[in-house]
Design a protein around this ligand. Sequence first.
Ligand SMILES: [Zn+2]
Length: 172
Amino acid sequence: MKTPICEICLRSELLCSACQEKVNSGELKENDVEMLGLIYKESEKNKILSCIEIKKIIDGQGIVLVVCNQGSGRKIVGKGGVFAKRLEQAAGKPVRVVEESSDVRSFLQNIILPVPIINLNIIYTQEGEKYKIIIPQRSRLPMPLKTFQSIAKDVTGKNVEVGFEDEGLKKV
Ligand SMILES: [Zn+2]
């Protein structure tokens, strides 16, 4: 299992200087270290988790995002959501497992599943590029808009706006 924290630290629950530096620099929060420790404990009991890679933990108020490599999402969620449920209990809030993608649209798509992204536009503003995703009318993001925006900024490095599909356009 690969995570931003080395395996020795996950096992010992004490941080080596390299891992401690990641916490000091703000790259990782103490809660993230705790969450990685939990996933590691699960991986000791369940072989299926031994080959996963956790890229990042994002603690967005009210929800925790576990960003993993492609193909690991289902393993971390577990059969019938069993691992995810245990992680949620430990975190005390909903946990969403998201597979990383180098393609911005599919990465954002993974975050808001099952809501489909109909379109992704790049908007050029004086402050730089922004993304705007279009979702169907009357659909609801699986998390508050502000939470999504802070998570989306974290993973894409850009501000992300959300708009609804124009029903008038749809009829054309
Ligand atoms: Zn370490």
